[in-house]
Design a protein around this ligand. Sequence first.
Ligand SMILES: Cc1cc2nc3c(=O)[nH]c(=O)nc-3n(C[C@H](O)[C@H](O)[C@H](O)COP(=O)(O)OP(=O)(O)OC[C@H]3O[C@@H](n4cnc5c(N)ncnc54)[C@H](O)[C@@H]3O)c2cc1C
Ligand code: SF4
Ligand code: SF4
Length: 316
Amino acid sequence: MTPVQPSSSHPHHKARALPRGVPRPAKQLCSDCGLCDTYYIHYVREACAFLNQQFPQLEEQSHGRSRQLESDPEVYFGVHQGMVAARKRQPIAGAQWTGIVTTIATTMLTQGLVEGVVCVQNTETDRFQPQPILATTPAEILAARVNKPTLSPNLSVLEQVERSGLKRLLVIGVGCQIQALRSVQDRLGLEQLYVLGTPCVDNVNRAGLQRFLETTSRSPDTVVHYEFMQDFRVHFRHQDGCTETVPFFGLKTNQLKDVFAPSCMGCFDYVNGLADLVVGYMGAPFGWQWIVVRNPRGQAMLDLVLDQLETQPVDS
Ligand SMILES: Cc1cc2nc3c(=O)[nH]c(=O)nc-3n(C[C@H](O)[C@H](O)[C@H](O)COP(=O)(O)OP(=O)(O)OC[C@H]3O[C@@H](n4cnc5c(N)ncnc54)[C@H](O)[C@@H]3O)c2cc1C
Ligand code: SF4
Ligand code: SF4
């Protein structure tokens, strides 16, 4: 692909990204969404989830309406037109759950709906250190499977998106990343943007994650995957494939009091209300995933992979 030089007609091209390690405008509340790693920092006062709230307007922009406040399900789960529990008939090995997110992303790419996907791999040396990328091959998306359970600057690749000249893009991300993305989406030079979200809560920075692993797992260095499960236990999967479970009441809460990032203690968008389609696990039976379709674009994304899924209704 030939890189395209952005025209200098936009004011953001004159702005300068902040170097890593320099405090961000939201100071200690910053969730490191990545926007300030790009010249889109120009829009930070408006776009940052922790400096400005414009949720109803962004819901309107993304879904054509804001959530119905007289409807309990919409108050809790955001604008939606459907919900379902699902799992892949043939799960992707090494995915966080059954790999529905990776499957939707690779299918959108191979079927030509998008030319690139913003997702997050890990660094070569650290399984849990996020490395956001603009993926343009199915192999690169597959290599981004599984959660990096830490704050991740996914939007740090937005300059690369504009320079690449891509016109149709899928972005995968958590709520705070998606809120900033929605705010600047019209400045990315795109014709089509699809957003595939996951829920997110109680996230940590890399040091906080280390403290959690060291105080909770019997073998912190061999953990490759963990999740807070519906059976009220943390399930750690280790390199040798074995699973260690720790009941929530066994967590050393006195040592974990301040482990969560301040941004995440104040986060109000657990359900990723601005994504077109959300894939999580909360509320689904054990081993199943939970899917929220927010708008027709999200339904079209889900329809692409329905033949690979078993589904069942969600109950209350
Ligand atoms: C930090 C985090 C917290 C979560 N908390 C909850 C929760 O409380 N309740 C719930 O129901 N679901 C939660 N989820 C979603 C859930 O754990 C699964 O990610 C989701 O069900 C998709 O599973 P999958 O097998 O389809 O994903 P996979 O196919 O394995 O794909 C995972 C995708 O997540 C992206 N990703 C990985 N790490 C990050 C990150 N740090 N930030 C942004 N994107 C990332 C990758 O790009 C990849 O495409 C969370 C996800 C993340 C990333
Ligand atoms: S949360 Fe994102 S937009 Fe806000 S200050 Fe941090 S990096 Fe910048
Ligand atoms: S809990 Fe909220 S603020 Fe923290 S990373 Fe997740 S979406 Fe962002």
